[in-house]
Design a binder for this molecule. Structure first.
Ligand code: AMP
Length: 295
């Protein structure tokens, strides 16, 4: 749309007005296409962006004609005792980063407009949302599925990009998109990691230097499960044990779960296979980190 910056609508009405010219390939279209309708790609985020988010934008940029990102720290997906208030925020920095990555539109919903008084509906996903994050963060996926479906309705993208970093979230989104016949293609982007293997996360900034060191136990645990599987271990229990042993070397690290489950259904299986995925959640001080890897 423009080389100097992205449009930054804060209401659904404004967003729709900006995107209207891109919806069709008729004579009023803002993009001269060779007959095909412009493809709108969408990257939903909670802001405080890092290279992981940028990888999603780059993928969208490579595959779509119009790239829309959103920044919204969604109160619905945080529990009462979680870090909604302390979640890091820096809109100016995020806008600059998204402009550099050639994002056309940055939707920054105004909370009061997006969830007006009286809003009282939700998207509830079944069994794939129940274990792991669903068990430790009751209501979390209800909040995620609700806001993502609202964002899909606002943006009406052809394609939406999500990180494998939030593996269970990705499966939850695939499930409701399928179940509710939402016309959007979901694309998964591999996890972007720091040099020492820690998955990039907006929450990493809240780790003290000592906690940051200890956080290496997350990728180390996942790699241990992977190595054990590669060496022939197929007992899920033994693979989980291998992860817990690594994390136990950091007495300050508190494990919520370390699980080997079916990658698509998130159901436990006694025997791990190539379709299994290892997922962990660990608390370091006040910061809770999650990560996962395929076996
Ligand atoms: P968040 O802002 O944390 O809600 O994340 C927004 C999107 O970025 C989600 O689809 C995440 O899965 C994705 N994401 C977050 N961290 C990473 C990462 N390290 N690598 C790839 N994608 C990521």
């Amino acid at each position: 749309m423009s080389d100097t910056g992205s449009a930054v609508p804060t209401t659904v009405t404004e967003l729709r007005r900006i995107l209207a010219p891109y919806r069709g390939s008729g004579s009023g279209s803002a993009i001269r296409m060779t007959g095909a309708a412009p493809r709108i790609g969408f990257v939903p985020t909670m802001g405080y962006l890092h290279e992981g988010h940028v990888a999603l934008v780059h993928r969208a940029r490579a595959e779509c004609d119009v790239v829309v990102a959103s920044i919204f720290v969604n109160p619905l997906q945080f529990g009462a005792n979680e870090d909604f208030a302390s979640y890091p925020r820096d809109l100016d920095r995020d806008r600059a980063l998204l402009a550099r990555a050639h994002t056309d539109v940055v939707f920054v919903p105004d909370g009061a407009e997006f969830y007006p008084p009286g809003a009282d509906s939700a998207v509830v996903v079944g069994s794939v949302a129940e274990p792991l994050e669903g068990a430790f963060r009751p209501g979390h996926f209800r909040g995620v599925a609700t806001v993502v479906s609202m964002l899909f309705n606002a943006v009406q993208p052809h394609v939406a990009y999500f990180g494998e970093k939030d593996w269970q979230q990705l499966q939850v989104i695939r499930q409701f998109v399928r179940d509710l016949h939402i016309p959007v293609e979901i694309v998964a982007v591999p996890t972007v990691r720091e040099r020492d293997g820690l998955a990039m996360s907006s929450r990493n900034v809240r780790l003290s230097p000592a906690e940051r060191e200890r956080a290496r136990c997350l990728p180390a645990a996942l790699e241990a499960a992977r190595a054990a599987f590669a060496a022939g271990e197929t007992s899920s229990h033994a693979l989980e044990r291998a992860m817990l042993d690594i994390i136990a070397r950091e007495p300050e690290a508190k494990v919520d779960y370390a699980a080997v489950v079916d990658a698509a259904t998130l159901r436990p299986a006694r025997e791990a296979s190539a379709q299994s995925r290892a997922l962990i959640a660990v608390r370091l001080g006040r910061v809770r980190l999650i990560d996962n890897m395929g076996l």
